[in-house]
Design a protein around this ligand. Structure first.
Ligand code: NAD
Ligand code: MG
Length: 362
């Protein structure tokens, strides 16, 4: 059975696009109106292809469809693997009118979007995110790119999709760790901008972890609505958009330290948000009770509360110094100045940061 449960628009003037959320949409929802020419290149990976590629093809009746199947993993989010997409496009003679389709998680989405931004100086693309994290975060907002050995997401472009199609049924095959990782970004929206959503998440967390269909569709909708609003106000991260990085400065350090792929992005963000909340307490911005409330919800989502064993404050300081938010060598962090409200600051006191790192490093 297929049905659309929620629909919203990312308002970006002539670059506006719909997010369509529902059950059974892969294979039944006709996306051909979002394809400008006759050619479609579906990019996916070796894990997702056997599960959903046949169904995805069904969304483009009457089109020439080619496919590129990438190896699976964050470690393949690199130049060499990106080239496989260009090889496929050129070998099958795709023109400037082609439409790329990203079928998979955030890795496939970021790489396909970046390929679309570059191929023949820019072609259309559609997001079909199949992980919870990509459904609530990476498929919306137009950030695309790949990793460099010296830093995550260091090479990329802003390139908005034509549409985002979210089939919640695809979550049924997702490993539980990946579900928890996606819930980290869901909780993030409540913490940074929406106290009522946070209340709702506290009431519904058990159903979300169990992938209850209507609860998960609502969580995706409210998360996308929050991200869409932030992106509409600040598409290229001149200011407000940076609050979407709550927990990400600590989190990226954890991911890099652990080696790409060993800690999931969302897991690192979960721990990073607890660390950011702890620093917010030390900065006198929230109470210890509010910090504990955030930590409890993150724990209930099945996420780790401490960084990897052996990671030192020195490791954090070194890895955080390359963060893209930093300006002129000054470390910039997203902190909470209330539950449901985030700010970006370069003013955190060094001894407070040291105290947070000392508390979390074992
Ligand atoms: P991922 O793309 O690696 O997917 C996780 C795993 O799940 C992979 O092994 C994948 O093959 C598998 N998978 C995907 N869909 C599945 C399904 N339905 N059933 C079973 N297995 C499935 O990881 P992710 O968490 O989706 O995305 C993380 C990436 O997203 C990172 O590279 C991160 O930098 C990026 N990201 C980008 C943005 C952005 O704004 N562009 C935002 C957040 C994260
Ligand atoms: Mg993220």
């Amino acid at each position: 059975m297929s049905r659309v449960l929620h629909e919203l628009t990312v308002e970006l003037g002539e670059r506006s696009y719909p997010i369509i959320i529902g059950q059974g949409l892969l294979g039944s929802y006709d996306l051909s109106s979002f394809v400008s020419g006759s050619q479609v290149m579906i990019v996916t990976n070796e894990t997702v292809a056997p599960l959903y590629l046949d169904r995805a093809v069904g969304c483009f009746p009457g089109k020439q469809i080619d496919t590129v199947v990438l190896p699976d993993g964050e470690k393949y989010k690199d130049w060499q693997t990106l080239n496989m997409i260009f090889d496929g496009l050129l070998e099958s003679r795709h023109t400037r009118k082609t439409t790329l389709v990203a079928l998979g998680g955030g890795v496939v989405g970021d790489m396909t979007g970046f390929a679309a931004a570059c191929y023949q100086r820019g072609v259309h693309f559609i997001q079909m995110p199949t992980t919870l994290l990509s459904q609530v975060d990476s498929s919306v907002g137009g950030k695309t790119g790949i990793n460099h050995p010296l830093g995550k997401n260091m090479v990329g472009a802003f390139h908005q999709p034509e549409a985002v199609l979210i089939d919640t049924d695809s979550l049924c095959t997702l490993p539980p760790r990946e579900v928890s990782a996606g819930l980290a970004e869901v909780i993030k929206y409540g913490l940074i901008r929406d106290i009522r959503f946070l209340d709702w998440l506290e009431a519904e967390m058990d159903r979300l972890v169990a992938l209850d269909a209507s609860a998960i569709a609502e969580a995706i909708y409210r998360s996308c609505a929050c991200k869409a609003e932030v992106v509409a106000r600040d598409e290229r991260e001149g200011g407000l958009r940076a609050i979407l990085n709550l927990g990400h400065t600590f989190g990226h350090a954890i991911e890099t330290y652990a080696g790409y792929g060993n800690w999931l992005h969302g897991e690192a963000v979960g721990t990073g948000m607890i660390m950011a909340a702890d620093l917010s307490v030390r900065e006198g911005m929230i109470s210890r009770e509010q910090c504990d409330r955030a930590a409890a919800l993150i724990r209930r989502a099945g996420l780790p509360e401490l960084p990897p064993a052996g990671m030192t404050p020195g490791d954090f300081m070194e890895l955080m110094s390359v963060d893209k938010k930093n300006v002129d060598g000054e470390l910039r962090l997203v902190l909470l100045d209330g539950i449901g409200h985030a700010v970006v600051t370069g003013d955190a006191a060094a001894d407070n940061l040291d105290a947070t790192l000392a508390r979390f490093c074992r």
